[in-house]
Write a protein that binds this ligand. Structure first.
Ligand SMILES: [Zn+2]
Length: 144
């Protein structure tokens, strides 16, 4: 699933940090994918996860409730995206690279597993981490 998110990241505008996200339904069928498009859309909230969740909700038979779904992303989500995935009721989150500076799913905060929330998705991080980190390193290398 993270492999699909890596493929989704490749579609990012060259100006955007290549982060990709894919939403799968409970049967493992892909509902939607997106790449970070903050620069391309001039939208501070256009992170890959938010775009993929919006698209998945639009094609999902059950509307905005993505219960049973899995969100796969190449990078540990930020606070906004962690909040969005709690609100969308996604059941599982799998991600690649840890993000020690802004990560909100275990690194800096742990928004999705806060015991005060009644919906807490299952989380697995560090999947295909070298591949996901390489994607970002290549981007930041060309920015210098
Ligand atoms: Zn985010």
């Amino acid at each position: 699933m993270v492999r699909a998110a890596i493929a989704a990241a490749a579609a990012a505008d060259p100006r955007d940090v290549p982060v990709g996200a894919v939403v799968f339904d409970s049967t493992g069928r892909e509902l939607a994918r997106a790449a970070n498009a903050r620069e391309a859309l001039g939208d501070p909230t256009a992170h890959a996860e938010v775009l993929a969740l919006r698209r998945a909700a639009a094609v999902n038979g059950d509307g905005w409730r993505l219960e049973g779904a899995t969100l796969a992303v190449t990078l540990e989500p930020c606070t906004m995206c962690a909040g969005a995935l709690v609100l969308s009721r996604v059941s599982r989150l799998v991600f690649g690279a840890w993000e020690p500076k802004t990560g909100a799913v275990g690194s800096l905060w742990d928004v999705v597993r806060d015991r005060r929330l009644n919906h807490r998705p299952e989380v697995r991080g560090g999947i295909l981490e070298p591949d996901c980190a390489a994607l970002l390193n290549a981007f930041f290398h060309t920015q210098r």
